[in-house]
Design a protein around this ligand. Structure first.
Ligand SMILES: Cc1cc2nc3c(=O)[nH]c(=O)nc-3n(C[C@H](O)[C@H](O)[C@H](O)COP(=O)(O)OP(=O)(O)OC[C@H]3O[C@@H](n4cnc5c(N)ncnc54)[C@H](O)[C@@H]3O)c2cc1C
Length: 392
């Protein structure tokens, strides 16, 4: 694939990462993911292998035991995971949630947690933002954290909190000052790093939420949960800004996963079209089969250019909001186009579990909805890039 090859030629570190991830993923073929998907199991062996190889600590600075690499490395890791037919959803959050701790946590918090996250002793995979009533309208979330002496008392409910059962820590967004009492409407929310090992059964209840994809996702209930006051990350009431800060990284990394998915679908469709014979000839001889695959390839390559632009701006500490949003939208559309084309190329066999197409098809559909839906990206572009009037 041309753009990938060009990127690797100029960066030997990226090329080496790509090859190592490919080698690791080769031990986790389609059979592994099919079994995990069927039973809605957590891919523990895969996550452990990634952790032991240091890939999940790529963004953690070397002083805390990580590799101190940039978003380019993290994006490459996730793209390769998805390109192999695997799925990074079981563990990708560690890469972007950890950024909030890294940028806004105190030295004491960083020294306490980052080395343990880097060496795999503990996992920071859970991210509790979405709530059943407020949805995308984060500023209207209802979970509260009230200071009482040395502790905060947390009450509320989260939904779609993925990986909560397989994580030791959760980054939680809660209201600490009521909307009526803040000067700026974006103030009043705070971020907490909760040690769930102490909390489960003591005010924190996690209920699995069976979904279309195997994402280890859950509902989380917080009933008078007491957490130490030093669980607060950064300044009180400034949490919304911290979460927004982390969203560019999240969008770039998810976009890279989409590019990986798209490449998997295109290869799968191309290989099948070269083999499958109907009416006495390969189906790939028909331009009705070729052209949609070629078009999906073009969409993927152009989306990848936007992903590379976002990576470049982010790693150069430049304003990456526009490019990260566009990358996420274009890459999620390219992966969905490739998924549809692959399904159509396979015909009926696309529905058979054994080809993995139906599983990847379900998995890649998610990205137009989570972690941010396409409409909300279009709204960002309309308002913040084009200067159109606010609609909400
Ligand atoms: C498998 C899965 C895993 C997830 N993991 C996590 C997680 O780990 N942590 C977490 O916090 N969240 C998680 N989420 C939640 C995810 O981020 C949200 O589902 C997503 O942001 C969309 O929010 P919503 O579902 O509340 O949709 P809603 O906000 O209810 O919106 C519904 C639809 O209306 C559209 N819409 C809403 N308002 C407008 C508007 N003003 N203009 C135009 N269109 C609008 C939206 O785009 C969307 O299509 C996960 C979701 C899924 C499905």
């Amino acid at each position: 694939m041309t753009s990938t090859a060009q990127n690797d030629e100029i960066d030997p570190v990226i090329r080496a990462i790509r090859e190592s991830v490919q080698a690791l993923c080769a031990d986790f073929p389609g059979e592994y993911w099919r079994k995990i998907d069927r039973g809605r199991e957590y891919p523990t062996t895969f996550v452990n292998a990634l952790t032991q190889s240091g890939f999940l600590a790529a963004l953690i600075p070397e002083e805390y035991g990580g590799s101190g690499l940039g978003i380019n490395a993290a994006a490459t890791i996730l793209e390769e995971i998805h390109k192999s037919g695997a799925n990074g959803g079981a563990c990708h959050a560690q890469m972007y949630t950890m950024g909030t701790l890294l940028r806004h946590g105190s030295d004491a918090q960083k020294s306490k947690w980052l080395p343990k996250i880097a060496n795999g002793e503990i996992r920071l995979q859970a991210f509790g933002v979405t709530e059943p009533t407020s949805g995308t309208d984060t500023l209207n979330l209802r979970t509260t954290a009230v200071r009482k002496g040395d502790v905060f008392i947390v009450n509320g409910q989260k939904v779609w909190t993925s990986r909560a059962e397989h994580s030791d820590l959760m980054l939680l967004l809660a209201r600490t000052t009521s909307k009526e009492d803040v000067k700026k409407r974006t103030d009043g929310l705070s971020v907490f790093l909760i040690d769930m090992r102490d909390a489960v059964g003591n005010g924190l209840t996690i209920k699995p939420l069976r979904a279309m994809v195997n994402h280890a996702t859950t509902e989380v209930f917080l009933d008078d949960l007491e957490i130490p006051a030093d669980s607060l990350i950064g300044e009180i009431d400034k949490g919304f800004k911290y979460i927004l800060d982390g969203m560019n990284a999240e969008r770039i990394l998810i976009a890279a996963e989409c590019i990986g998915d798209a490449r998997w679908f295109i290869k799968k469709a191309t290989d099948y079209a070269k083999e499958r014979e109907v009416f006495g000839r390969k189906i790939g001889q028909n331009q009705g089969i070729q052209f949609p695959i070629a078009r999906a390839y073009a969409s993927t390559e152009s989306a990848d250019l936007m992903v590379q632009k976002a990576i470049h701006l982010y790693d150069a500490n430049q304003h990456a909001g526009e490019a990260a949003n566009l990358a996420k939208m274009l890459a999620s559309e390219a992966s969905w186009e490739a998924a549809n084309v692959c399904m159509q190329t396979f015909g009926g066999f696309g529905f058979a579990e054994e080809y993995d197409v139906e599983r990847k098809f379900r998995e890649t559909r998610l990205y137009q909805i989570a972690p941010i839906s396409t409409n909300l990206i279009l709204s960002y572009v309309s308002e913040h890039v084009l200067g159109l009037p606010r609609s909400f």
